[in-house]
Design a protein around this ligand. Structure first.
Ligand SMILES: *Cc1c(COP(=O)(O)O)cnc(C)c1O
Length: 555
């Protein structure tokens, strides 16, 4: 059995996340959160850190999203095979709606010292397969059931596997029911609720990723109680943890010893959002990072390190992307024309269409072929606004067939092509709504220059005119969305047309220098390795040090 032997210096961590993006062929992720988790456990493996990861086997993944002949997105679901998973032989049971829901525990072994354990209620013969069928699919009850399986089932799986854990890291609020299980364990040994809560707080750290108040998940107590999510607690105890209605973020904060936001700016936003509540732990920030081995072209890495010919490798990556677009029948892009990439979740605050908002300005550049733009996105299947955004991008492709391309079904394979093959990576969300953003880090590591609003991670690395470009800064909180859109649109046009284009077409040497500086800026500072080291140094180790001190005091 691969149980940890305790006593080594580094804390043993159990990392909980609803989704993991390891590669495109294990499609149990939807976007940024999952890919971050996947990148993170790859880094922990490479750094030899003692960690296990816990998640859910989404048998139908998230969604495969295509565009129909009318330019509208539609969703396709398949039952995926997961050939790399091994059955641990362990099952756990979680009581949901008065049923004992049995889950198999699978493990992805190729993660070496950081095995990924996946809970599965959808094995053949199970009557409860709907609970873990589709990531973020179904309604409220599906979501709560899956969260109970991740949290309560996840702790039970660790116990059944015989793993000793020092620190439980809840990556986003989906996992907070694990805290209820840790409390239940202690109460079943005779501790009072208050004592059990206090002791449980000494072993949890919590990361929040959702800077939009409305995006923070809340559940009504009635449903939680009836489904069994109270896990033995009563209403008053649950309200003390998560409020009424029950906020997964507030509960995450109140269950943890420390919590963090995912960029410096976001850390401050988290303070503003939650700092005034009672029983909130120390909140600070650890900026996200991406896994270089996954995202950075090894030839780019080598050319950077040896001061080799970055440009020709970049052009090779651009050709590969252009070739892909052509093979898919999406158009004929040109190698010698500036190529802007924009790929993200289709959420309106990300403003994928900002660049088109004044056709008088942008039309000539698209018609004379000075600018090419390539989009990719996926909308949540039930998000009709997101789907409208995609349909609008597809319309722009029809309007400018030689200069605008939309690639359907954004996933890790498409992201890899884009963050290596574009010239510019555009990011223009309304501020301050991007907790971190990570695609721009992937681009930066490949010498694809960021052109961005100063939100999320960007202000920590991108310097205007040095290693990328920033839109004019304004304090977004005090402006209406329309005012922000207007300011940012003008600023985008000014920087793009007056700074980016002239340099691209007339000063290639300087451009390549900026590529060098972009790689230099990002390769460590925005790597998942730096991020993993910080979690160990700033969060996990303080937790275990504190626990040791508490133990000594009680002796
Ligand atoms: C990196 C990545 C994301 C997250 O990118 P953001 O910049 O945070 O929006 C989402 N989806 C895929 C497929 C990615 O590779």
């Amino acid at each position: 059995m691969n149980a940890f032997c305790s006593g080594t210096e580094l804390p043993h961590v159990a990392y909980f996340c609803m989704e993991y993006g390891l590669n495109a062929s294990i499609p149990i992720y939807s976007g940024g959160l999952g890919i971050l988790a996947g990148d993170y456990i790859k880094a922990a493996r490479e750094l030899g850190r003692p960690m296990v990861a816990v998640g859910i086997l989404w048998r139908q993944g998230y969604t495969e999203q295509h565009i129909d002949s009318n330019g509208q997105p539609y969703d396709v679901y398949r039952d995926y095979a997961f050939p790399d998973l091994r059955d641990t032989g362990v099952t756990v049971s979680v009581r949901i709606w008065e049923h004992d829901v049995v889950c198999k525990v699978w493990v992805l072994d190729n993660q070496g010292n950081v095995p990924l354990y996946l809970l599965d209620a959808g094995f053949p013969g199970s009557p409860h397969g709907w609970m873990t069928q589709r990531l973020y699919g179904g309604g409220r009850q599906e979501r709560i059931a899956a969260e109970m399986i991740l949290g309560i089932g996840g702790i039970r799986a660790l116990r059944a596997l015989g793993l000793l854990i020092d620190v439980y890291h809840f990556n986003e609020g989906h996992a907070v029911f694990a805290g209820l299980e840790l409390i239940r364990e202690k109460m079943s040994q005779g501790q009072s609720f208050e004592r059990a809560w206090h002791n449980t707080r000494q072993e949890i750290v919590f990361t929040t990723h959702t800077p939009v108040a409305a995006g923070n998940e809340v559940h009504d107590h009635d449903t939680l109680g009836r489904m069994g999510a109270y896990n033995g607690l009563d209403y008053n105890q649950m309200r003390d943890l998560g409020g009424d209605p029950f906020s997964m973020t507030v509960a995450g904060l109140r269950l943890s010893y420390m919590a963090n936001g995912v960029s410096k700016l976001h850390g401050r936003t988290v303070h503003r959002m939650w700092g005034h509540l009672e029983s909130i732990p120390l909140i600070f920030s650890i900026t996200n990072g991406v896994h270089p081995g996954t995202w950075q072209d090894p030839r780019i890495k080598q050319a950077f390190e040896t001061r080799g010919d970055l440009w020709s490798i970049h052009m090779d990556n651009k050709r590969k992307l252009i070739e892909y677009v052509k093979e898919k029948g999406l158009g004929n892009l040109r190698e010698d024309t500036l190529l802007i990439g924009f790929a993200r979740r289709a959420a309106s605050y990300k403003r994928g269409d900002l660049i088109f908002r004044n056709p008088e300005v942008i039309d000539p550049y698209l018609k004379t072929g000075k600018i090419q733009i390539i989009f990719s996105a996926k909308a949540h299947p039930a998000d009709m606004m997101g789907k409208e955004i995609i349909a609008r991008l597809v319309e722009f492709q029809k309007r400018y067939p030689d200069n605008v391309v939309f690639i359907e079904n954004y996933n890790m394979d498409i992201a890899t092509l884009l963050v290596r093959g574009c010239d510019i990576w555009l990011n223009n969300p309304r501020r301050p709504q991007e907790a971190s953003g990570t695609s721009g880090m992937k681009a930066a590591m490949n010498g694809v220059l960021n052109l961005s609003v100063e939100d999320g991670w960007v202000g920590e690395g991108v310097q205007h005119g040095i290693n990328g470009w920033l839109l004019d800064f304004h304090p977004g909180e005090n402006l209406s969305p329309q005012e922000q859109d207007e300011l940012d649109m003008k600023s985008l046009y000014r920087v793009l047309l007056e700074e980016v284009l002239p340099m691209y077409y007339h000063n290639r040497k300087h451009w390549v220098e900026m590529m060098m500086l972009s790689i230099d800026m990002s390769r460590w500072q925005f790597s998942s390795h730096r991020m993993c080291r910080e979690y160990y140094d700033l969060m996990y180790t303080p937790v275990t040090t504190n626990k040791r001190q508490l133990l000594n005091q009680s002796v």
